[in-house]
Design a protein around this ligand. Structure first.
Ligand code: PMP
Length: 400
Protein backbone atom coordinates (compact mmCIF):
# COMPACT_ATOMS: atom_id res chain seq x y z
CA UNK A 1 0.00 0.00 0.00
CA UNK A 2 2.98 2.32 0.37
CA UNK A 3 4.53 1.53 -3.00
CA UNK A 4 3.70 5.01 -4.33
CA UNK A 5 5.44 6.84 -1.51
CA UNK A 6 8.19 8.97 -3.02
CA UNK A 7 11.62 9.43 -1.53
CA UNK A 8 11.69 12.65 0.51
CA UNK A 9 14.66 15.01 0.25
CA UNK A 10 17.12 15.21 3.15
CA UNK A 11 16.59 18.03 5.63
CA UNK A 12 18.74 20.91 4.28
CA UNK A 13 20.64 21.29 7.56
CA UNK A 14 20.76 17.71 8.88
CA UNK A 15 21.49 16.50 5.33
CA UNK A 16 24.87 18.25 5.53
CA UNK A 17 25.90 15.88 8.32
CA UNK A 18 24.67 12.88 6.33
CA UNK A 19 26.94 13.93 3.43
CA UNK A 20 29.81 14.61 5.84
CA UNK A 21 29.51 11.17 7.42
CA UNK A 22 29.80 9.52 4.00
CA UNK A 23 33.02 11.37 3.12
CA UNK A 24 36.11 9.21 3.93
CA UNK A 25 38.55 12.18 3.74
CA UNK A 26 40.71 12.63 6.87
CA UNK A 27 40.65 16.42 6.48
CA UNK A 28 36.86 16.77 6.33
CA UNK A 29 35.25 19.41 8.53
CA UNK A 30 31.55 19.65 9.43
CA UNK A 31 30.42 23.25 9.80
CA UNK A 32 26.81 22.43 9.02
CA UNK A 33 24.86 21.61 12.11
CA UNK A 34 24.75 24.02 15.03
CA UNK A 35 26.16 21.89 17.79
CA UNK A 36 29.07 22.93 19.99
CA UNK A 37 32.39 21.13 19.62
CA UNK A 38 35.50 21.37 21.75
CA UNK A 39 38.85 22.52 20.39
CA UNK A 40 39.44 18.80 19.77
CA UNK A 41 36.29 18.61 17.66
CA UNK A 42 34.38 16.56 20.24
CA UNK A 43 30.82 17.05 21.55
CA UNK A 44 30.79 18.50 25.06
CA UNK A 45 28.78 17.47 28.10
CA UNK A 46 29.12 20.24 30.68
CA UNK A 47 30.65 19.23 34.03
CA UNK A 48 27.72 20.78 35.83
CA UNK A 49 25.33 18.65 33.77
CA UNK A 50 27.28 15.50 34.63
CA UNK A 51 27.15 16.51 38.28
CA UNK A 52 23.39 17.14 38.18
CA UNK A 53 22.84 13.76 36.50
CA UNK A 54 24.91 12.05 39.18
CA UNK A 55 22.82 13.69 41.88
CA UNK A 56 19.64 12.56 40.18
CA UNK A 57 20.92 8.99 39.89
CA UNK A 58 22.00 8.92 43.54
CA UNK A 59 18.65 10.17 44.75
CA UNK A 60 16.88 6.89 45.43
CA UNK A 61 13.57 8.65 46.03
CA UNK A 62 13.27 9.60 42.38
CA UNK A 63 10.75 7.67 40.34
CA UNK A 64 9.83 7.58 36.66
CA UNK A 65 6.18 8.58 36.97
CA UNK A 66 4.58 10.69 34.25
CA UNK A 67 5.03 14.42 34.56
CA UNK A 68 1.91 16.59 34.40
CA UNK A 69 0.87 17.70 30.88
CA UNK A 70 2.64 21.02 31.46
CA UNK A 71 5.86 19.38 32.66
CA UNK A 72 8.01 19.81 35.74
CA UNK A 73 6.69 22.72 37.83
CA UNK A 74 10.10 23.77 39.20
CA UNK A 75 11.58 23.70 35.76
CA UNK A 76 8.82 25.94 34.41
CA UNK A 77 9.19 28.52 37.19
CA UNK A 78 12.96 28.62 36.88
CA UNK A 79 12.84 28.83 33.08
CA UNK A 80 10.53 31.84 33.22
CA UNK A 81 12.93 33.54 35.64
CA UNK A 82 15.87 32.75 33.43
CA UNK A 83 14.41 34.46 30.40
CA UNK A 84 12.36 37.26 31.99
CA UNK A 85 14.68 37.98 34.94
CA UNK A 86 14.41 37.07 38.59
CA UNK A 87 12.60 40.27 39.48
CA UNK A 88 10.22 40.28 36.52
CA UNK A 89 6.95 41.98 37.53
CA UNK A 90 5.07 39.84 35.00
CA UNK A 91 6.12 36.72 36.94
CA UNK A 92 5.35 38.31 40.31
CA UNK A 93 1.92 39.33 39.06
CA UNK A 94 1.39 35.73 37.86
CA UNK A 95 0.70 36.91 34.34
CA UNK A 96 3.05 34.33 32.85
CA UNK A 97 2.22 30.75 32.05
CA UNK A 98 5.13 28.45 31.26
CA UNK A 99 4.91 24.92 29.95
CA UNK A 100 7.76 22.48 29.44
CA UNK A 101 8.03 21.41 25.80
CA UNK A 102 10.24 19.35 23.51
CA UNK A 103 13.17 21.73 23.23
CA UNK A 104 12.94 24.90 21.16
CA UNK A 105 11.16 23.29 18.21
CA UNK A 106 8.43 21.78 20.37
CA UNK A 107 7.95 25.07 22.21
CA UNK A 108 7.50 26.92 18.92
CA UNK A 109 5.07 24.30 17.70
CA UNK A 110 2.92 24.31 20.85
CA UNK A 111 2.86 28.12 20.78
CA UNK A 112 1.88 28.11 17.12
CA UNK A 113 -0.88 25.53 17.66
CA UNK A 114 -2.24 27.63 20.50
CA UNK A 115 -2.22 30.78 18.36
CA UNK A 116 -3.89 29.02 15.43
CA UNK A 117 -6.77 28.04 17.72
CA UNK A 118 -7.13 31.04 20.01
CA UNK A 119 -5.67 34.13 18.39
CA UNK A 120 -7.68 36.26 16.02
CA UNK A 121 -4.89 37.02 13.54
CA UNK A 122 -3.33 33.91 12.05
CA UNK A 123 -0.60 35.53 9.99
CA UNK A 124 2.97 35.23 11.26
CA UNK A 125 5.86 37.28 9.91
CA UNK A 126 9.24 35.57 10.02
CA UNK A 127 12.58 37.20 9.20
CA UNK A 128 14.16 36.71 5.78
CA UNK A 129 16.21 34.60 6.06
CA UNK A 130 15.50 32.54 9.16
CA UNK A 131 16.11 29.08 10.60
CA UNK A 132 14.82 26.69 7.91
CA UNK A 133 12.41 24.91 10.22
CA UNK A 134 10.46 28.05 11.17
CA UNK A 135 8.17 28.27 8.11
CA UNK A 136 7.38 24.56 8.33
CA UNK A 137 6.60 24.60 12.05
CA UNK A 138 4.26 27.56 11.71
CA UNK A 139 2.57 26.51 8.48
CA UNK A 140 1.86 23.00 9.76
CA UNK A 141 0.32 24.47 12.90
CA UNK A 142 -2.14 26.33 10.67
CA UNK A 143 -0.63 29.82 10.57
CA UNK A 144 -0.10 31.82 7.37
CA UNK A 145 3.58 32.54 6.99
CA UNK A 146 4.89 35.80 5.54
CA UNK A 147 8.37 37.27 5.68
CA UNK A 148 9.84 40.60 6.69
CA UNK A 149 13.14 41.91 5.40
CA UNK A 150 15.98 41.32 7.83
CA UNK A 151 19.37 40.78 6.26
CA UNK A 152 21.15 43.05 3.82
CA UNK A 153 23.62 41.06 1.69
CA UNK A 154 25.36 44.28 0.63
CA UNK A 155 26.39 45.24 4.18
CA UNK A 156 26.17 41.72 5.61
CA UNK A 157 24.27 43.45 8.37
CA UNK A 158 20.71 44.31 9.36
CA UNK A 159 18.31 45.78 6.80
CA UNK A 160 16.74 47.90 9.49
CA UNK A 161 14.86 50.20 7.14
CA UNK A 162 13.38 47.22 5.28
CA UNK A 163 12.42 45.58 8.56
CA UNK A 164 10.61 48.69 9.78
CA UNK A 165 8.84 49.14 6.45
CA UNK A 166 7.64 45.53 6.33
CA UNK A 167 6.42 45.50 9.92
CA UNK A 168 4.70 48.86 9.36
CA UNK A 169 2.87 47.34 6.41
CA UNK A 170 1.84 44.19 8.33
CA UNK A 171 -1.86 43.92 9.22
CA UNK A 172 -2.70 45.01 12.73
CA UNK A 173 -2.43 42.18 15.24
CA UNK A 174 -0.14 40.00 13.09
CA UNK A 175 2.30 37.72 14.91
CA UNK A 176 5.99 38.52 14.46
CA UNK A 177 8.72 35.97 15.05
CA UNK A 178 11.82 37.55 16.58
CA UNK A 179 15.12 35.82 17.32
CA UNK A 180 15.89 36.88 20.89
CA UNK A 181 19.64 36.95 20.17
CA UNK A 182 22.22 35.41 17.85
CA UNK A 183 19.95 35.38 14.80
CA UNK A 184 20.21 32.10 12.90
CA UNK A 185 21.53 31.92 10.15
CA UNK A 186 22.88 35.48 9.82
CA UNK A 187 24.48 36.17 13.22
CA UNK A 188 23.10 39.70 12.83
CA UNK A 189 21.16 41.19 15.76
CA UNK A 190 19.52 44.60 16.14
CA UNK A 191 21.25 46.99 18.55
CA UNK A 192 19.50 47.83 21.81
CA UNK A 193 18.27 51.12 20.31
CA UNK A 194 16.94 49.30 17.26
CA UNK A 195 15.13 46.80 19.48
CA UNK A 196 13.48 49.72 21.23
CA UNK A 197 12.32 51.11 17.88
CA UNK A 198 11.01 47.69 16.86
CA UNK A 199 9.17 47.46 20.16
CA UNK A 200 7.54 50.87 19.74
CA UNK A 201 6.45 50.09 16.21
CA UNK A 202 5.11 46.66 17.13
CA UNK A 203 3.19 47.88 20.15
CA UNK A 204 1.74 50.81 18.23
CA UNK A 205 0.40 48.36 15.64
CA UNK A 206 -0.51 45.71 18.25
CA UNK A 207 1.74 43.20 16.51
CA UNK A 208 2.22 40.15 18.74
CA UNK A 209 5.85 39.24 19.48
CA UNK A 210 6.82 35.57 19.43
CA UNK A 211 10.43 35.31 20.61
CA UNK A 212 12.57 32.35 19.71
CA UNK A 213 15.33 32.10 22.30
CA UNK A 214 17.59 29.24 21.27
CA UNK A 215 20.91 30.84 22.23
CA UNK A 216 20.53 32.63 25.59
CA UNK A 217 24.03 32.96 27.03
CA UNK A 218 25.62 31.64 23.88
CA UNK A 219 25.80 34.95 22.08
CA UNK A 220 27.64 37.09 24.62
CA UNK A 221 28.39 34.59 27.38
CA UNK A 222 26.01 36.56 29.60
CA UNK A 223 22.52 35.19 30.23
CA UNK A 224 20.97 38.54 31.13
CA UNK A 225 22.49 40.44 28.22
CA UNK A 226 21.18 37.86 25.76
CA UNK A 227 17.63 38.19 27.14
CA UNK A 228 17.57 42.00 26.88
CA UNK A 229 15.37 42.06 23.80
CA UNK A 230 12.71 39.87 25.40
CA UNK A 231 12.77 41.80 28.67
CA UNK A 232 12.32 45.08 26.84
CA UNK A 233 9.02 43.78 25.50
CA UNK A 234 7.93 42.42 28.90
CA UNK A 235 8.68 45.69 30.67
CA UNK A 236 5.99 47.58 28.78
CA UNK A 237 3.31 45.31 30.21
CA UNK A 238 2.26 43.92 26.83
CA UNK A 239 1.68 40.35 25.75
CA UNK A 240 4.20 38.04 24.10
CA UNK A 241 5.24 34.44 23.59
CA UNK A 242 8.73 33.08 24.17
CA UNK A 243 10.14 29.70 23.18
CA UNK A 244 13.27 28.64 25.07
CA UNK A 245 15.72 25.88 24.25
CA UNK A 246 18.37 24.35 26.51
CA UNK A 247 19.97 22.53 23.57
CA UNK A 248 22.85 24.95 23.11
CA UNK A 249 23.28 26.78 26.38
CA UNK A 250 23.29 23.63 28.53
CA UNK A 251 24.40 21.29 25.76
CA UNK A 252 21.24 19.21 26.25
CA UNK A 253 20.54 18.80 22.51
CA UNK A 254 19.23 15.24 22.50
CA UNK A 255 17.42 15.54 25.82
CA UNK A 256 14.89 17.78 24.05
CA UNK A 257 14.27 20.22 26.86
CA UNK A 258 12.70 23.61 26.40
CA UNK A 259 9.83 25.82 27.52
CA UNK A 260 7.07 27.95 26.09
CA UNK A 261 6.03 31.01 28.09
CA UNK A 262 3.06 33.19 27.32
CA UNK A 263 2.95 36.58 29.01
CA UNK A 264 -0.65 37.72 29.43
CA UNK A 265 -2.35 40.89 30.61
CA UNK A 266 -3.73 39.42 33.83
CA UNK A 267 -3.27 36.36 36.06
CA UNK A 268 -6.78 35.27 35.24
CA UNK A 269 -6.05 35.23 31.51
CA UNK A 270 -2.79 33.35 32.12
CA UNK A 271 -4.69 30.61 33.95
CA UNK A 272 -7.14 30.22 31.09
CA UNK A 273 -4.35 30.23 28.51
CA UNK A 274 -2.58 27.46 30.41
CA UNK A 275 -5.74 25.37 30.47
CA UNK A 276 -5.88 25.62 26.66
CA UNK A 277 -2.19 24.82 26.28
CA UNK A 278 -2.93 21.54 28.03
CA UNK A 279 -5.53 20.75 25.39
CA UNK A 280 -2.93 21.42 22.70
CA UNK A 281 -0.28 19.23 24.32
CA UNK A 282 -2.30 16.23 25.51
CA UNK A 283 -3.19 14.81 22.07
CA UNK A 284 0.30 15.56 20.68
CA UNK A 285 2.49 13.73 23.25
CA UNK A 286 0.56 13.66 26.56
CA UNK A 287 3.39 15.00 28.68
CA UNK A 288 7.07 15.88 28.23
CA UNK A 289 10.08 13.74 29.28
CA UNK A 290 11.40 14.03 32.82
CA UNK A 291 15.15 13.59 32.63
CA UNK A 292 16.36 16.73 30.84
CA UNK A 293 14.01 19.01 32.73
CA UNK A 294 15.23 17.53 36.03
CA UNK A 295 18.82 18.29 35.06
CA UNK A 296 17.95 21.89 34.23
CA UNK A 297 15.90 22.39 37.40
CA UNK A 298 18.72 20.91 39.54
CA UNK A 299 21.20 23.38 38.08
CA UNK A 300 18.97 26.46 38.05
CA UNK A 301 17.83 26.13 41.65
CA UNK A 302 21.25 25.64 43.20
CA UNK A 303 23.30 28.84 43.50
CA UNK A 304 26.64 27.15 43.25
CA UNK A 305 25.68 24.92 40.32
CA UNK A 306 24.11 27.85 38.53
CA UNK A 307 27.37 29.73 38.93
CA UNK A 308 29.36 26.79 37.58
CA UNK A 309 27.01 26.68 34.59
CA UNK A 310 27.56 30.35 33.79
CA UNK A 311 31.33 29.80 33.79
CA UNK A 312 31.11 26.81 31.46
CA UNK A 313 28.65 28.65 29.24
CA UNK A 314 30.94 31.64 28.98
CA UNK A 315 33.85 29.37 28.07
CA UNK A 316 31.82 28.01 25.13
CA UNK A 317 30.81 31.51 24.00
CA UNK A 318 34.41 32.73 24.34
CA UNK A 319 35.77 29.86 22.29
CA UNK A 320 33.35 30.70 19.50
CA UNK A 321 34.32 34.37 19.63
CA UNK A 322 37.97 33.38 19.51
CA UNK A 323 37.28 31.28 16.40
CA UNK A 324 35.80 34.37 14.77
CA UNK A 325 38.97 36.34 15.44
CA UNK A 326 41.26 33.54 14.31
CA UNK A 327 39.38 33.04 11.04
CA UNK A 328 39.32 36.76 10.36
CA UNK A 329 43.06 37.04 11.03
CA UNK A 330 43.81 34.01 8.85
CA UNK A 331 41.96 35.56 5.89
CA UNK A 332 43.63 38.90 6.46
CA UNK A 333 47.06 37.25 6.59
CA UNK A 334 46.37 35.54 3.27
CA UNK A 335 45.15 38.77 1.71
CA UNK A 336 41.84 37.20 0.71
CA UNK A 337 39.97 39.82 -1.31
CA UNK A 338 36.88 41.37 0.23
CA UNK A 339 35.75 42.80 3.54
CA UNK A 340 35.60 40.03 6.14
CA UNK A 341 34.83 42.17 9.18
CA UNK A 342 31.36 40.61 9.36
CA UNK A 343 33.06 37.47 10.70
CA UNK A 344 33.95 39.33 13.88
CA UNK A 345 30.84 41.51 13.94
CA UNK A 346 28.25 38.75 13.67
CA UNK A 347 27.00 37.17 16.88
CA UNK A 348 26.45 33.65 18.15
CA UNK A 349 27.09 30.25 16.75
CA UNK A 350 27.03 31.06 13.05
CA UNK A 351 28.77 33.22 10.52
CA UNK A 352 26.83 34.03 7.39
CA UNK A 353 29.92 34.14 5.21
CA UNK A 354 28.42 35.63 2.07
CA UNK A 355 29.82 32.69 0.05
CA UNK A 356 27.43 31.67 -2.71
CA UNK A 357 26.10 28.20 -3.56
CA UNK A 358 28.81 27.54 -6.16
CA UNK A 359 31.58 28.60 -3.79
CA UNK A 360 30.13 26.35 -1.07
CA UNK A 361 29.95 23.43 -3.51
CA UNK A 362 33.56 24.08 -4.53
CA UNK A 363 34.75 24.06 -0.91
CA UNK A 364 32.92 20.83 -0.21
CA UNK A 365 34.26 19.12 -3.33
CA UNK A 366 37.85 20.33 -3.12
CA UNK A 367 38.37 20.85 0.60
CA UNK A 368 35.82 18.48 2.19
CA UNK A 369 34.32 21.37 4.14
CA UNK A 370 30.61 20.87 4.78
CA UNK A 371 28.16 23.72 5.36
CA UNK A 372 24.64 24.71 4.35
CA UNK A 373 24.37 25.95 0.76
CA UNK A 374 23.51 29.49 1.94
CA UNK A 375 27.12 29.88 3.12
CA UNK A 376 26.37 29.60 6.84
CA UNK A 377 29.18 28.13 8.89
CA UNK A 378 28.97 26.96 12.46
CA UNK A 379 31.84 28.63 14.30
CA UNK A 380 31.41 26.07 17.06
CA UNK A 381 32.56 23.35 14.67
CA UNK A 382 35.94 25.06 14.10
CA UNK A 383 39.22 24.74 15.97
CA UNK A 384 42.63 26.37 15.76
CA UNK A 385 43.72 23.30 13.79
CA UNK A 386 40.97 23.50 11.15
CA UNK A 387 40.98 27.27 10.65
CA UNK A 388 43.99 27.33 8.26
CA UNK A 389 42.26 24.69 6.10
CA UNK A 390 39.03 26.71 6.05
CA UNK A 391 40.90 29.93 5.27
CA UNK A 392 42.68 28.18 2.34
CA UNK A 393 39.32 26.94 1.07
CA UNK A 394 37.64 30.34 1.30
CA UNK A 395 40.62 32.03 -0.30
CA UNK A 396 40.59 29.67 -3.27
CA UNK A 397 36.79 29.76 -3.61
CA UNK A 398 36.96 33.57 -3.80
CA UNK A 399 39.96 33.88 -6.08
CA UNK A 400 39.68 30.90 -8.42
N1 PMP B 1 15.32 28.19 16.87
C1 PMP B 1 16.48 28.45 16.31
C2 PMP B 1 16.73 29.81 15.77
C3 PMP B 1 17.45 27.46 16.23
O1 PMP B 1 18.63 27.76 15.67
C4 PMP B 1 17.19 26.20 16.77
C5 PMP B 1 18.22 25.11 16.72
N2 PMP B 1 18.97 25.00 15.60
C6 PMP B 1 15.94 25.98 17.35
C7 PMP B 1 15.03 27.00 17.40
C8 PMP B 1 15.47 24.72 17.97
O2 PMP B 1 16.35 23.84 18.43
P1 PMP B 1 15.93 22.69 19.43
O3 PMP B 1 14.60 22.18 19.02
O4 PMP B 1 17.02 21.69 19.23
O5 PMP B 1 15.93 23.29 20.78
Amino acid sequence: VFADVVQAPEDPILGVTVAYNKDPSPVKVNLGVGAYRTEEGKPLVLNVVRRAEQMLVNDGSRVKEYLPITGLADFNKLSAKLIFGVDSPAIQEKRVTTVQCLSGTGSLRVGAEFLARHYHQRTIYIPLPTWGNHPKVFALAGLFVKTYRYYDPATRGLNFQGLLEDLSAAPSGAIVLLHACAHNPTGVDPTFEQWEQIRQLMRSKTLLPFFDSAYQGFASGNLDADAQSVRLFVEDGGELLAAQSYAKNMGLYGERVGALSIVCKTADVATKVESQLKLVIRPMYSSPPIHGASIVATILKDREMYHEWTIELKAMADRIISMRHQLFEALRAKGTPGDWTHIIKQIGMFTFTGLNTEQVAFMTKEYHIYMTSDGRISMAGLSSKTIPHLADAIHEAITC
